[in-house]
Every structure is written in structure tokens, then in C-alpha cells.
Design a protein around this ligand. Sequence first.
Ligand code: MSP
Length: 526
Amino acid sequence: MKNFYITSPIYYVNDVPHIGHAYTSISCDVMARFKRLEGFDVHFLTGTDEHGQKVEKSALSRSKTPQEFCDEISAKFRELAQTLNLSNDDFIRTTQERHKKCAQEFWRRLEQNGWIYKSVYEGWYAVRDEAFYGEDELVNGKAPTGAEVEWHKEESYFFKLSAFQDKLLALYEAVPDFIQPESKRNEVVSFVRGGKDYVKGALRDLSISRTSFSWGVKVPDVENHVMYVWLDALTNYLSALGFPDENDPLMQKFWCNTVDSPVHVVGKDILRFHAVYWPAFLMAAQIPLPNKVYAHGWWTNEGQKISKSVGNVIDPHAELEWLKTLGCDAEQAVDYFRYFLLREVPFGNDGDYNRKNFTTRINAELANNIGNLGQRILSMIHKNNDGKIVDFAHFDDGKELLDKAYKLKDEFAHEMDKFAFDLALEKVVNFARACNHFVDQKAPWNLKKENRLEEMNLVLSTVAEALRCLAIALQPFVPNLAKRLLDILNVNEKQRALKFIAADFALSTNHKINEPKGVFPRLEAK
Ligand code: MSP
């Protein structure tokens, strides 16, 4: 039962995708690919969040119908998923029938179980955040996120969130890593225990329907009410699995019988919705809870908050074009972009995007370290031994390096399991450094000059084996480039999972590698 379900947030279609969306999606993709390499059956979901006032307003301002507008922008997110080489198994849209059916049935469950009542909402609402705020939460008349707020008074259905305070606290205690990373967990726990929404010993009940606009999933059996967009949106994680049919094989496999999942990856700004409201909704509907919510940090652009009004939004396409001007082909550009985003900043922390750091890091770690290592060793094997690997099993001088290579599997997996993408990559980079050190010490080019060819071949084959292990580990991050390296090494496609990082699967005597070509170009203005 090695099933693993991972979800990205579904993206608002009020505007085109930017680096923040790319980041969340890539992180999910890397985890999905890693789990597949570990032998899990993986379901990776992404998609678009298409209802609500924000989307409706954006459509109207462009003189489009909401549906036309959603179709157009949703397609751009789908396109980005392809460009970024995401391996998602599904792409959900909240305007799809399967989703509306799910959201409405979910509502019915909440209602049947007695968790919904009708009243009047009176308070602040920020359309940009699609969130309600209490008077005490406002900062200088705005939402704590800086969004403009409007005063709303409208008839609304409410969810009895207040009844779930103790249950949520019990959940956070019973499953200490339900919210990751730890710092974010503490924020949520203190919010639920007595944070800003804490009124007279309870979380405030949540308004879950709106009447002042109509672009949403209709509340079942009621005129004029549409579901609050967050309740609608959160249920996407179930609609993609076939809910309300709980016997749907996907539902069974990826919601009810999983290991270490479902995992929801989200940005820190939407943690409250996923770590407080969503588990409360699920408890109320009597549906099992996800295993983990992982909140990542935010990117700034050269130190500045990214915002449309400042005009410093980073478009992933523009970054890929920039990389092409520095000597990358399309696949190399995407992989460098993926690598940089996950390597530069510990997952969970905020990070600053700047092209200078990008170039420095890629050149140091991929081009100079791993790329040069591969190029110089593999071309020597190709030129001097007709591409053939020699029997290095008893080469004592190479043992220490290969021990490190085989240990990489567990060390790498250990960091990946904690979503420590940067540290997992650091292990690989450090291992490549150790390989380079070994090569510099053994100086196979001198062995060649001195005609000590047997020794030269032992050194080269040992490093080729080290490269095999390293390339296997790199696959989730740089799938195209790792594939190129494994193809040059002529590693069988069926032997590229993590478990093959082991001596038992070492390159065999007389195994022939293919003609090497540069895989990791140096970024240089042409
Ligand atoms: N539609 C909701 C999510 C519903 S999930 C049931 C939403 N969409 S969003 O398009 O506004 O944001 C999607 C993701 O992008 C969030 O995880 C958010 O944190 C992330 N990012 C937006 N800007 C970002 C940065 N500047 N940096 C990193 N991630 C950021 O919220």
C-alpha cells in the first residue's frame, strides 16, 4: 500500500501565473517524482480556483464572461505546468461538473451533521484574500496582508467552527507534524488557542455562503446563495478523487489508504485555510484528515515584495527566455530554474530571487562541479577505453568514494522525507565535490601520460559509477538533465529508481557508455 497523494494549491485565475505559483508547483512535482522513485504509486494534483468575487471582478473588468475568462487563464496555468515539466496526474478546475457535485455534497454532509446555521454576516471582507477579517485584525484600516477591505452585511450560512477548537488542538498534539515546518505549526497552534479570531474562548464561526454576487457553486436547495470560495476550493482535493463516491478507486487509494499522505503543499499565506478550516470541515463531514500540510515561504524580487502595483512580478517564462540567452536549450533552462528555486532557500523560509545569485549558484554547483566532473571523466573513458567500463570491484583506492556514493541514497531520502530540498541537494553537491577531489588526487590525465592505463581506467570507471548514483538522485529536481546523464552512462531505464543506488547494480565490466555531450552548460552572456 505504498500510495502517496500530493496536492498543490489550486491557483486563482484572476491573473496570469508568476514565480510563486511556479515555486509551489515545482516543489510538489519534485516530491511526487521522488516518491515515484522510491516505489510509491503517486497521485499529484494541481489545478485552478475559478470562483469568487475576485475572479468575477477580473472578468468583468476585461469585459468577458466569468467562464470565458476562466477558460482563458486556466489554460495558461495548464500550459505552465507543461513548460515546467510537472508530472501532475490530474488538473482540476473548480468550474468542472465533477467538482461542483463534490462541493455540494460536501455541504450537504456538513448540514446533515448539524454544523451549518443561517444568520447575518456583518464585518470586513478582503476580496484580494477572499477572506473575512475581524475589526481587531485590521492594521491601519487594511487587512493584515495589506489588502483593501470592504464592509459587508449580508444574509449568510455559517459553519460552527467555534465547536472545533479543542478538536483541532487535539489533532495538532496527536499528530505533531501535521503542520510543517515547526515554526508555522506554532503559529497555527497559538492562533487556534487564542489568536486574533479568538473570541470568548472559541474560534469564531465562519461565514460560508455569499449572496451579493453569483459566481460560485450554488448552495444546494437554496436560492441566491453561493458557497464561500474557500469552502468550494478546499473540496477540490476530494473532487479529483471522485468524491462523493467514497468507493471510487482513487478515493480509496489516495485518501483512505495512503502512507505519509495526503500532503497539501501551500504558501504560508494560505496555511490558516488548510490547517484550521479544512481539517475542521473534514471532521464535521466525517471524512478522514490529510496527513500533512506543508507551508513554504515567499519569494521577494531583489529584496522587494512582489506585487503587481510595484510592477516587479517575476514571470517564469521570462526567466526561461533569459536562461536561453545564456546558453541553455529549453530543457536545460527549465531544469536550472527548478534547481535554483529549490536549492537556494530552505523550504519553509522566505527567499530572494535575483539573477546574479542564480548564475553564481548554477555555475558553481551544476556547471563547474557536476557538469565538469561528468564531462572530463566520461570523455576520457570514451576516448581512451572505447567507452568501456573496467572491473573496478577490487579497486581499493575507490572503495571510500563508492561507499559514500551508496550512502547517498539514504542520506538523500532522509532529507527529502523532511521536505528539506536544499539539504538533499547539498548532499548530492557535496558528493560531487568529493568525486572531483578524488579525480584531482588521482589525476588520471597524468596516469595516461605515464602510460599507467590500467590504473587510469580504474579511476575513471569508479567515478563513472559514482556519477550513476549521483544522476539517479538528481532526477526529481532536474529530470531532463539527469536523464541525459543516465543516457550517456547507458543506464537501463528500468534501473533508475532510488534502490538502484547500490553496489549490486554497479556498472558492469565492459558496460559501454555512449558518446558524452555537455549536459550542464555554464551560464554566460553570449
Ligand atoms: N486559490 C487559492 C488557493 C486555494 S487552495 C484550495 C490561492 N491561490 S493563489 O493563486 O493566490 O496562490 C497560490 C499559491 O501561490 C499560494 O500557495 C501562494 O502562497 C503562492 N504564492 C503567491 N505569491 C508568492 C510568492 N511571492 N512567493 C512564493 N509563493 C507565493 O491562494
